[in-house]
Design a protein around this ligand. Structure first.
Ligand code: MTE
Ligand code: MO
Length: 419
């Protein structure tokens, strides 16, 4: 179901595509053909042929922190949190278990010689302003709890549960973590830099190595534009995670934190923020992070923004349980509002009951829940959990497929074996 906000967001995209057509936008590293394709998708121009989708190259994990097998599954340059390892860890995900999604590798940056450059024709007089970490720390500090969740979290379930073919990292449900982020409001930094009246888009860029696709195309640094409305709302430039300086793998010294939105919006190792009076494009809001496929208009949806609703049991896949009474635990979350209700089934979906919620619904956060279960018989059993959020969104039985496997939100059928 579409929220009024998501309607506004897609209207915004149509407006900026029109601006591009009128020569008023700048598309950085995006081909004219891609823009024409998006225009077609938005119903604004004739159809152009779809482009081949780049798939990320596999490489050794360029991740600094240790990745013990009990806590992580390494997937190329990325590390997925084992959901079972979150049992009993508290509300906030410990940094040592927090998933890492790197397009390339973690750059080891020294805060002492880091600066943030804020520039562009969306600033008054087209200024360029630099901030050191100390400059940022002199602005009012804000602490916010929020999850960071990859748009592709749950992607492998498109295939394993629905039989769909998708490209990208085969995450199960552990491409999410929730932390306490401390930093400054992006709004404060933009105002300090001198925000002009005509600014529309803000594009943070990472200092990690350029992203090169499997076919050898250098797409440049990881970057994705944000509409100014979101940038001024609840976005942080975070320098602490769970009360410690930001770890290397999560963006040290400073990352963008965009609550409730897909992970790619939260640019790590930010070095530069362009503030533009014209709409901006990058491959991360044109080729990637839109929905493509049979069910989508012409060749794509609007750029993805908010995360969907999901639930996960804190159990290994095929976990072995004995036949005694168990307190089973899990977590549920949504990008559209706090989770207010979780229904669970321990008999493959025949009967449902409410799980006990252990946290108040929290926007941009998750809730922990539990349910007691005494397995009725040995053998294979299927556990299900279905969350509902404050906006009334709930998890469907199946997710409409998209070629890149984003935004899986269906109820997951979690197998366990009773001895
Ligand atoms: N500079 C930069 N920022 C980035 C990325 C990246 O590769 N480079 N990956 C993005 C993606 S796709 C996700 S899901 C989140 C992951 O954040 P984490 O590694 O701190 O969990 O960071 C985002 N920010
Ligand atoms: Mo991501």
């Amino acid at each position: 179901m579409r929220t009024p906000e998501s309607i506004r967001e897609s209207a915004y995209d149509r407006r900026r595509l029109r601006q591009w057509l009128a020569g008023e936008a700048r598309a950085d590293g995006v081909s004219r053909r891609d823009l024409l394709r998006l225009l077609a998708a938005a119903g604004l121009a004739a159809t152009a042929a779809p482009t081949a989708l780049a798939t990320p190259a596999t490489a050794a994990a360029g991740i600094v922190k240790p990745l013990p097998d009990e806590w992580f599954t390494v997937r190329g340059t990325n590390a997925e949190t084992r959901f079972a390892s979150l049992a009993g860890t508290g509300y906030h995900t410990p940094v040592d278990r927090f998933f890492v999604r790197n397009h390339t590798s973690t750059p080891v940056l020294d805060a002492a010689d880091w600066t943030l450059t804020v520039r562009g024709d969306g600033l008054v007089h087209g200024r360029t302003v630099e901030f050191s970490l100390d400059d940022l720390k002199r602005l009012p500090a804000v602490t916010r709890t929020a999850f960071v969740e990859c748009a592709g979290n749950g992607r492998s379930l498109f295939t394993s549960q629905q039989g769909d073919t998708v490209t990208g990292t085969a995450w199960t449900l552990g491409a999410i973590g929730t932390a306490r982020w401390t930093g400054v409001r992006l709004a404060d930094v933009l105002r300090r830099a001198g925000l002009g009246r005509h600014a529309v888009d803000v594009m943070p860029r990472g200092l990690d190595p350029d992203y090169v696709t499997a076919d050898g195309t250098d797409l440049g640094p990881v970057r994705r534009p944000l509409p100014l409305s979101k940038a001024l709302d609840d976005v942080l430039l975070a320098y602490e995670m769970n009360g410690e300086p930001l770890p290397y793998d999560h963006g040290r010294p400073v990352r963008v934190l965009v609550p409730s939105w897909i992970g790619i919006a939260s640019i790590k190792w930010v070095g530069d923020i362009e503030v533009s009076a014209r709409p901006l494009y990058s491959p991360w809001n044109t080729d990637f992070y839109r929905l493509f496929g049979d069910a989508y208009p012409a060749d794509g949806s609007a750029p993805l923004t908010r995360q969907t609703v999901k639930s996960a049991w804190e159990l290994e896949w095929d976990a072995r349980l004995d036949a005694t009474e168990h307190r089973l635990t899990g977590r549920s979350w949504s990008g559209a509002g706090g989770v207010v209700r979780v229904d669970v089934s321990t008999d493959g979906g025949r009967t449902w009951r409410r799980a006990r919620l252990h946290d108040a619904p929290r926007r941009a956060g998750w809730v922990r829940w539990s349910t007691d279960w005494r397995p009725p018989a040995p053998g294979a059993h299927t556990l299900l959990a279905r969350a509902t959020d404050a906006a009334g969104r709930t998890q469907p039985d199946a997710t409409t497929p998209n070629t890149q496997g984003y935004l899986f939100d269906a109820v997951v059928r979690h197998p366990v074996k009773v001895a």
